[in-house]
Design a protein around this ligand. Sequence first.
Ligand code: FES
Ligand SMILES: [Fe+2]
Length: 368
Amino acid sequence: MIQSHEPADVSRSRPHAPPATSFATYPASWYLFGTAAEVRRGPVSKRMLGRDLVAYRTDSGRFAVLDARCSHLGANLAMGHVSGELLVCPFHNWHYGPDGTCARIPGTASIPAFARQGSYPVEERHGRLFVFNGPVALFPLPFFSDGKPDDYSAGETFAFTGDCPWYVTTAHGFDLQHFQAVHDRRMLAPPEIDCPAPFARRNRYRAEVLGLTRMDRVLRTMAGSTVSASITIWGGTFVLIEADFARARSRFLITSQPLENGHTRCEGIVFARRHDNPAIRTLVDNVVLPIRRHFTHGYLKDEASRLRQTCYNPSSLIEADREMAEYFAWLAALPQVAAAASSPAGAEWSAAPSERSHGVPELQLPGS
Ligand code: FES
Ligand SMILES: [Fe+2]
């Protein structure tokens, strides 16, 4: 029998958080694939989410993302070419459509059932391609609560790597202790935490900016000394941050991509309201957005480097970590499978790790 060395009332008050095995290796969510411009030049393959993916643009202008390794003998389809709506394998010229089906095998009219690539929902927005990890998007590509994508201009993407799992990275949004300890923000009221949509969890809070860093001094002078912030995390990996100061508002997103070594690739994009006036728009695109990008990237990269090697230990969470523990419980309960009614042709996803998929949800076809 295991004996506790703590007073009973202490262990009883601790929040419960799920074991690390509860979290998907590669959650069903939206991820940044890359720029639309690079895919317009020809098929592009990237290693992400534990597999090789290929993006291509059909002759009619549609983007598609497929598993990159050909179902025949594994050639990388990114080395092939586009023919109309189809992507042609460089090896034996099998032709695949945007939905992954094999439309043509030269020299034969018989197409075997295994001749098929996994295909992924893809959205173009602000010159980027975002891909959903699954055959059906479980939720639309998220955006800020106060506007449509066309209302905003986007800065260049910035990136940094966190050497901790994706769920530890995004849990910062609900780690109330760290707002003061790391970011010098003093909470002015208890945070409001809710789920505005089935795959979204949000933390809204008001805080005073106390920091003495260059960025915080600039913030207080230019924007104001208090902030109303909203952090919304979709699918556990796609983070939208809205921060309103007395004289300025900040909008940025972070996509968190689990890497095969257990680290997390974080990519960020800052936004600003689009102006109808072309001169102001040019100023925003060439001056305001690069400055915001510089400060936001620096701030997040600095945090990631100071918090190296943090890890998940559900048994070491205390009462002050309750909101974070509840976030972990929410994450562990997120569906990883598309509802059967919305799955194509009865296909369904299994989130159970397997030897072949290394934990990536795999498409289980009827009869397979
Ligand atoms: S490896 Fe692709 S067609 Fe043979
Ligand atoms: Fe943080």
